[in-house]
Write a protein that binds this ligand. Structure first.
Ligand code: PLP
Length: 394
């Protein structure tokens, strides 16, 4: 097909040309004497993205899914109790993994479209007088439903209960796009993947451990080998890795961090908020609902849009892809066919997102959904015009 594919799945995201260029490097010796000049500042600067001074970052040649396993196996022993909430495909998969790895998983079913219920979390932690719960697993941004949970609120609940459970956060679709404060919110492990807010191909699991989480590795009896942080710590101390790293991805990560810090994290978060709000205005103008049930859950990185009864969201995706070369996110598992998703994270601006909104509108009409032509795109554009930063004319 002529022209570019319009990629609006919530990861992998669009990669800026400067990152593509940075990754276009000949291979080099990952044991050369000056390799640490690349690695050491990378691990240090990654801390700025996690907003931590006290934490320690890790770069694994893996994906977000491995990040879940790294968090669990490096800190816990088989049979340890963990508490989690299931409200979408990714929170579901982390729970499944914890079960398969032999932990004692207590989880609550939450309607898809909602997030972590802070009051019930606090009550459950208070009831755990013997502090049997060793870790709380929170999916910050549930990519399947477009729901963001309140991490500061989770920390408050832990503190209010005087509970010492470790606080693990899946930030795969939030970190580097939505505010994430490792130190301030007392997060013990934050984990991300390279293919979302970092604007890279998939292939890196990026993690940050608090000192408390690091210390627990000594007593954690879960078996681990490739994903053992101790091996990383030993080699990272000298600026190397325990195995062959993906060198293009490391150069890409260097560029990604430079872009994010160059824009300024507060500006990155504000941009995502503004772009997301434009999409929400479009959804409202179409007369449709988001899967997220309340504004307090709205995600600034992905919107899951519910199609009216009697229609199948897969048809919308089908028309979008085959007629307009537009990739929209699928509804997963329980919401399959009920929602389609627009990913609005990473390297993105207003006019790029216009293509997703216009294409979704066309594809919905092709499906028979009677949205008014131009309604969504007009609402988004007017919002973005009104909120666009002032520019000097001369
Ligand atoms: N967690 C969340 C919130 C995700 O959105 C994803 C992937 O989309 C994952 C975990 C799994 O990450 P990966 O596909 O990189 O293994």
């Amino acid at each position: 097909m002529p022209g570019r594919n319009h990629l609006y799945v919530p990861g992998p995201t669009n990669i800026p040309d400067s990152i593509l260029s940075a990754m276009h490097v000949p291979m080099e010796d990952h044991r050369r004497p000056d390799f640490p000049d690349l690695v050491k500042p990378l691990l240090e600067d990654l801390k700025k993205i996690f907003q931590t001074q006290n934490g320690q970052c890790f770069i694994f040649p893996a994906t977000g899914t491995a990040g879940w396993e790294i968090a669990l196996n490096n800190t816990l022993s088989p049979g340890d109790k963990v508490l989690a909430y299931r409200f979408g495909q990714f929170s579901h998969l982390w729970i499944e993994m914890a079960n398969r790895l032999g932990f004692d998983v207590e989880h609550e079913e939450i309607p898809w479209g909602e997030g972590v219920p802070l009051d019930r979390l606090e009550a459950r932690l208070k009831a755990d007088a013997k502090q049997d719960i060793k870790a709380v697993l929170i999916c910050h941004n549930e990519t399947a439903t477009g729901v963001t949970s309140d991490l500061a609120g989770v920390r408050k609940a832990l503190d209010a209960a005087g509970h010492s459970a470790l606080f693990f956060v899946d930030g795969v679709s939030s970190i580097a796009s939505i505010d994430f404060r490792m130190d301030e919110w007392g997060i013990d492990i934050g984990l991300a993947g390279s293919q979302k807010g970092f604007m890279l191909p998939a292939g890196l699991a990026l993690l940050c451990f608090s000192q408390k989480a690091l210390d627990t590795r000594q007593s954690a009896k879960s078996r681990r080998c490739f994903l053992d942080i101790q091996d990383q710590m030993t080699h990272n101390a000298g600026g190397y890795f325990p195995y062959t790293p993906s060198i293009p991805l490391l150069y890409g990560l260097r560029k990604s961090i430079d872009l994010l810090l160059g824009e300024g994290l507060p500006n990155v978060f504000a941009r995502h908020q503004r772009l997301a709000e434009g999409v929400r205005r479009a959804v409202k103008a179409w007369g449709l609902e988001l899967c997220a049930r309340d504004p307090k859950w709205y995600s600034n990185t992905v919107s899951a849009i519910v199609v009216p009864q009697g229609y199948d969201a897969r048809d919308v995706m089908h028309y979008a892809y085959h007629r307009y070369n537009l990739s929209l996110g699928a509804g997963l598992s329980e919401v399959m066919g009920k929602v389609f998703r627009i990913g609005h994270l990473g390297d993105l601006n207003e006019l790029m997102l216009c293509s997703a909104i216009a294409g979704a509108e066309m594809a919905m009409r092709d499906t028979g959904i009677q949205v008014t032509p131009g309604s969504g795109i007009a609402a988004a554009c007017e919002y973005w015009r009104e909120t666009a930063p002032a520019v000097k004319l001369r």
